[in-house]
Design a protein around this ligand. Structure first.
Ligand SMILES: [Fe+2]
Length: 227
């Protein structure tokens, strides 16, 4: 007599296998994202620590702005890899010490589109790719690549724009010391409503005052390493 396997057993086996495959896919995606971050580091586009801090800042601001928890992964990846498109800009332009020509500036300004074209190839990261595409839009419509204005710019892109500017201002670089926190905040406020989204700036300032130490610690650095 043929033995009929229990349908309940088969379903639970299948569910287990699906779960395993989903976990493997997530692990693979995480590894590829880490590898891309490492590539950015090797190309010396931004330090890995800067990117890690951006991911930390982005999630904190996103939560404060009521972005759903299940969307924070897209926010984190977009913050981490928004500049990945700079891989496509020649070093002679990217690292040119002097003033850029209009033509060179135009080439650099294509990097958000390059970031989009890379990130959109990751299955499940389509939204993160759009956030990267618009991270250089300005609130008053003078940014690029699309010249989007105000609320037409995705909220996550507006968040990345603010935290990227702040973190870059306060960080020490090989060629200059970081600005004091108060000066960086005053610059954000000065460009609030023109370059930066005023709501995001408003939400970000208390977070910057409250969480700087935690963000630097989470990225494995102390504040003194950057300020
Ligand atoms: Fe950028």
């Amino acid at each position: 007599m043929a033995v009929i396997s229990s349908p309940g057993f088969e379903v639970s086996e299948l569910l287990l296998r699906v779960k395993e495959l989903e976990e493997q896919q997530l692990d693979l995606r995480k590894s590829v994202i880490c590898a891309f971050n490492q590539m950015l580091d090797l190309k010396d586009i931004s330090t890995g620590v800067h990117s890690t801090r951006l991911a930390e800042w982005a999630v904190r601001v996103a939560r404060e702005m009521n972005i759903p928890e299940n969307h924070c992964y897209q926010v984190e990846v977009a913050a981490l890899l928004h500049d990945i498109g700079k891989m496509g800009v020649p070093d002679a332009i990217l690292k040119k010490p002097g003033r850029l020509t209009d033509e060179e500036r135009a080439i650099i300004n294509r990097h958000p589109e390059y970031s989009w074209s890379i990130l959109r190839l990751f299955s499940g990261l389509e939204q993160a790719s759009l956030y990267a595409l618009h991270h250089h839009e300005n609130a008053d419509g003078t940014g690029y690549p699309a010249g989007l204005k105000g609320q037409d710019i995705p909220l996550v892109s507006r968040i990345i724009s603010v935290i990227d500017a702040y973190d870059a201002m306060v960080s020490n670089r090989a060629y200059r010391a970081g600005l004091p926190h108060a000066e960086a905040i005053s610059r954000l406020l000065k460009s609030s409503g023109t370059q930066f989204d005023s709501d995001v700036v408003k939400v970000f300032i208390p977070i910057a005052e409250r969480d700087t130490e935690a963000v630097f610690a989470a990225a494995g650095t102390s504040i003194s390493a950057a300020f």
